[in-house]
Design a protein around this ligand. Structure first.
Ligand code: GDP
Ligand code: IMO
Ligand code: MG
Length: 425
């Protein structure tokens, strides 16, 4: 049976959490395969409203196995806190499993994330300061500490001693801050290791066996394509691949039969970097207030603008999206005119793909087409044919521009506030 990937098509916060919670009803396994607790996935269901940072958004379905795959970097304290919050809300996390190969976000990563941001000055990326970038950098430079290390205390102490000596010399000599204590860190992480041990597995085996049994597997992307390390607006990106699905959990790419891109009906971005359709006027303000566009992880106001079909078409191309989930459609309900950016222009030159160079993208001026708004409340509508003609035309135009058909339109944060066009799975 197939695996279905849910991938952010813009700059993150497209509503992936809602879509994954909704689709989890029909699957047996949900896997996070990238990012860390820089992600903030909101789920609104009969249990309340939850902000998921590391735990897959399928956790509300008691029969669904939820896996944090090897491609995720895990802040152990944050994960234990998330498990505790769920428990307090009577959600059982006993169906959670963690890859023994996942790397850990350590306290020095969090310190260095902040210090590096300060050092960048006006070129700051605007990271979430959760230590995710430095943790991925250590993974690549072979300085990482992994979940499996916590389970062997003797070798863990040696490994931590070696890594911390190096990290402390950066903290003290380069940044002039206090070093971290090896004993304290060792004790704390041994305790975390004991608490996490019951969840730890060779998760790639579990995914493979599930697929062999014929179970549906849902792959929950984090961040968005334009934050992808390779395809995003470098260097204003996060440190992982937003589409690196099969490597992030140890599965054949051939198993993925559906790749659904999640797209907000407009555009938002949180943090620094180019965003050609950003509206710094009252329209941007209206989108922010109506859409409650404040970061799920950091609370920062999100930058808002009209739908950018240049980046979304590019994103559909690089991910091979087979369908599009269009979210936050209801936020556009009151506009009399709605704009879509169909190309960029710099000094008369037209671009239909975002240039790789962020400095050039920064100079891109959006070329807009205007569509009439529908000016009625769509949040109670459940069938596509019941949407006003202008709203249907907006969806059809987006499909055309992105180049893939819409599978659903989301008209509110709740599970049921969804217009299904083509069921997946
Ligand atoms: P994610 O990171 O992609 O999971 O998205 P976030 O959870 O960070 O941000 C999406 C926000 O929009 C959350 O507050 C959701 O509850 C909310 N949301 C999702 N879909 C809809 C929708 O269709 N309409 C409205 N009004 N809110 C939505
Ligand atoms: P979800 O999964 C939106 C952004 C940060 C910053 C850049 C680098 O909820 O869609 P990092 O802390 O990752 O080093 O920051 O990436 N960013 C996100 N923006 N949604 C996210 O995740 C994000 N994760 C990281 O704001 O600009
Ligand atoms: Mg988010």
């Amino acid at each position: 049976m197939p695996a279905i990937a849910i991938i952010g098509g813009q700059w993150g916060d497209e509503g992936k959490g809602k879509i994954v919670d909704l689709l989890s009803e029909k699957v047996k396994v949900v896997v996070r395969f990238s990012g860390g607790n820089n992600a903030g996935h909101t789920v609104v269901n009969q249990f309340g409203e939850f902000q998921m940072h590391l735990i897959p958004s399928g956790i509300f379905h008691p029969d669904v196995i939820c896996i944090i795959g090897n491609g995720v970097v895990i802040d152990a304290a944050a994960l234990l806190g998330e498990i505790e919050t769920l428990k307090q809300n009577r959600i059982n996390a006993s169906n959670l499993l963690i890859s023994d190969r996942a790397h850990l976000v350590m306290p020095y990563h969090i310190l260095l994330d902040g210090l590096e941001e300060e050092a960048r000055g006006s070129g700051a990326i605007g990271t979430t300061r959760k230590g995710v970038g430095p943790a991925f950098a250590d993974k690549t430079s072979r300085m990482g500490i992994r979940v499996c290390d916590l389970l062997d205390k003797e070798s863990f102490r040696k490994r931590l001693g070696f890594v911390l000596e190096y990290k402390n010399s950066i903290l003290t000599k380069l940044y002039g801050t206090a070093p971290l204590s090896l004993d304290e860190l060792y004790q704390t992480y041994c305790e975390y290791g004991e608490r996490l041990a019951p969840f730890v597995r060779e998760t790639d085996v579990i995914v493979r066996e599930a697929l062999e049994r014929g179970d549906q597997v849902l792959l929950e992307g984090a961040q968005g394509t334009m934050l992808d390390l390779d395809f995003g607006t470098y260097p204003y990106v996060t440190s992982a691949l937003s589409g690196g699905v099969s490597l992030g959990l140890g599965m054949s790419p051939a198993k993925i039969t559906e790749v659904a891109g999640v797209f907000k009906a407009y555009t938002t971005r949180v943090g620094g970097g180019p965003m050609p359709t950003e509206l710094k006027d009252e329209y941007g303000e209206i989108l922010r207030e109506r859409g409650h566009e404040y970061g799920t992880t950091t609370g920062r106001p999100r930058r808002c603008g009209w739908f950018d079909a240049v980046i979304t078409r590019y994103s559909a191309d690089v991910n091979g999206f087979t369908s599009a989930a269009i979210t936050k459609f209801d936020i556009l309900d009151e506009f009399s005119i709605i704009k879509i950016c169909t190309a960029y222009e710099i000094d008369g030159a037209v671009y239909t793909r975002p240039p790789a160079n962020s400095a050039l993208l920064e100079r891109c001026q959006p070329v807009y087409e205007e569509l009439p708004g529908w000016q009625c409340n769509t949040s109670g509508i459940r069938r596509f044919e019941e949407l006003p003609p202008q709203a249907q035309a907006y969806v059809r135009r987006i499909e055309e521009l992105i180049g893939c058909p819409a599978c659903l339109v989301s008209v509110g944060p709740g599970r049921d506030q969804t217009i299904i066009i083509r069921p997946i799975p």
